[in-house]
Design a protein around this ligand. Sequence first.
Ligand code: GRF
Length: 215
Amino acid sequence: MKRIVALLSGRGSNMLAIAAALRRERWPAQIVGVIGDRPGAAGMQRAAEQGLPTALVDYRAFARREDFEQALRQAIDAFAPDVVVLAGFMRVLGAAFVEHYRGRLLNIHPSLLPAFPGLATHRRALEAGVAAHGATVHFVGAEVDDGPIVAQAVVAVHADDDEAALAARVLESEHRLYPMAVRWFVEGRLRIEDGRVRLLDPRPGEARLLHGDGR
Ligand code: GRF
């Protein structure tokens, strides 16, 4: 059984989507720990309700980022994970941390990277007038929202979209995209070659690009 640790700051819907998929599809994997960086995050409550072990590393208790990341590393490594998934984890992670988990640290970002790294992606996509938006799962690299891309989901931007409508459509695609990508990882089917990801033994219908609704 592969051991998954999820890190979150907020509502935790991506963590729950992964938890549901691994049960439904009987992956050779389990979520062994859910770690939050702030008290009261809804996702921590939801994890506890599911019987998942939780831990809190409150970033406000640390004056320096290095000390927070040291404590976070200890909390993560206590669960002995094979893979660490960032699921709405709202802290920028330093180089030493990223290096420690190189090749086993995944993130989901709500845009088609390399477009719109950072925050407020849906508003910025609307302002830019793009016709396609979406989400990206990637291995975490040294820069923010950077690193080898595992898979992307594309959704259409509709003429009458506001930020909330677009965010909801992207989130729905995230809930299909992230479980798919984590499953590939735990099945040992992802290789990073020259900074790019290759999916080994693709099965019929499997692709690194998911299409959302195409109204
Ligand atoms: C998602 O949009 C994810 O792409 C971004 O943060 C949000 C987390 O949502 N990194 P949730 O906590 O998984 O519901």
